[in-house]
Design a protein. Structure first.
Length: 345
């Protein structure tokens, strides 16, 4: 199968492929998604097959307007309008209980709920409108690996496996949307996956918001994507390290003592300081969590393709966007944080 790259002027043929049951990757403000007609069970099954994704993982359904959601959900929780008005289109996914027999188990993962999102990307909203159907959209990559933030990342993973990719350049945010469950019995929204929309931002709109912090085991069925222990992982082992230069120095010393070739994912300051002491560096630029988040998956992908044995990735405080950044980084590292003091006791 030839995988065609579509431009903004070629949305009509890309939408036709979606209607025909083919798979087309699409851009969002977060990461690139792997699109298929959410109402076509065979097309959705192909999403799982192409990604190598466990079939118990539910999929997020992407819509171009809230009226589309109303076709599948009858009873909306109390905070729905406030959240939709405040954050759609945008990086917020909302989970609702759907009408019976509206989506197949390939979409729901066997649950009675479905997650919906209206992405903040004009090309993709046009794609959904022209296709005339809601579109499932897990990240357009091999399951478990770093999510794609450019069309080239998608092509690297899925060329020859999908019909097309709608190219809109690099994404702006770099990590997947915040997922909020609105189906709790007490009516309080629950964050299942952190993202660019923070708990504080949500609470400004709806008051109290809870956070589900438990990690899903391999035997559990997650209610939203990205909840399992290990996810977003390159093939090269990742360790989280503190951004203090003395800590980085010790980490490099330890890795060298183990004869490991080193890759660093760090800011410009650390990149310049250690450029001659390690084999590979991917700098995310200025030392702030926005930059670190935007380039996290691109950095992990880039370093993974080089001849190294270990990746050291810089941490950030778990506040605001840092919660989403560290959530992805911890899963990429399979929860491995390098404890320098214990290594050099």
């Amino acid at each position: 199968m030839e995988t065609k790259l579509f431009t903004a002027k070629e949305i009509k043929p890309a939408a036709a492929l979606i209607r025909q049951g083919a798979l087309v990757a699409f851009p969002t403000e977060t990461v690139y998604g792997l699109g298929a007609n959410a109402l076509n069970e065979q097309a959705v099954k192909q999403v799982y097959a192409v990604k190598g994704r466990p079939s118990d993982n539910p999929l997020i359904v992407h819509v171009s307007h809230f009226e589309m959601v109303k076709q599948y959900v009858t009873d909306f929780p109390v905070h729905t309008k406030q959240l939709v008005d405040s954050f759609w289109p945008g990086p917020l996914t909302l989970i609702f209980t759907v009408k019976p027999d509206t989506f197949s188990k390939t979409v729901t993962g066997g649950l009675k709920t479905v997650a919906f999102r209206m992405p903040n990307n004009a090309q993709t909203l046009d794609l959904i409108n022209q296709a005339g159907v809601p579109i499932v959209g897990p990240s357009a990559n091999t399951s478990g690996k770093p999510s794609p933030t450019t069309a080239q990342h998608v092509y690297h993973d899925l060329q020859g496996k999908i019909a097309g990719i709608l190219d809109d350049g690099p994404t702006q945010i770099g990590v997947e949307s915040t997922v909020v469950d609105l189906t709790a019995a007490d009516g309080i929204p629950v964050i299942l996956r952190p993202g660019a929309i923070t708990k504080e931002q949500l609470e400004e709109v709806v008051g109290t918001v809870k956070v589900d912090q438990h990690l899903i085991s391999e035997k559990e069925t997650p209610k939203a994507p990205g909840m399992k222990y290990k996810h977003y992982s390159p093939d090269v082992p990742v360790w989280i390290i503190d951004g203090d230069s003395q800590v980085v120095e010790k980490a490099i010393e330890w890795a060298k003592s183990e004869n490991k070739r080193i890759g660093l994912y760090v800011d410009d300051i650390l990149s310049e300081k250690f450029s001659e002491k390690v084999e590979e560096i991917f700098s995310f630029g200025e030392s702030n969590v926005e930059q670190a988040t935007k380039f996290l998956f691109a950095g992990l992908r880039s370093l993974d393709e080089r001849n190294i044995d270990v990746i050291f990735a810089q941490n950030f405080p778990e506040t605001g966007l840092g919660i989403a950044y560290m959530n992805r980084l911890k899963k990429a590292a399979n929860q491995k944080i390098l404890k320098i003091d214990s290594i050099f006791e």
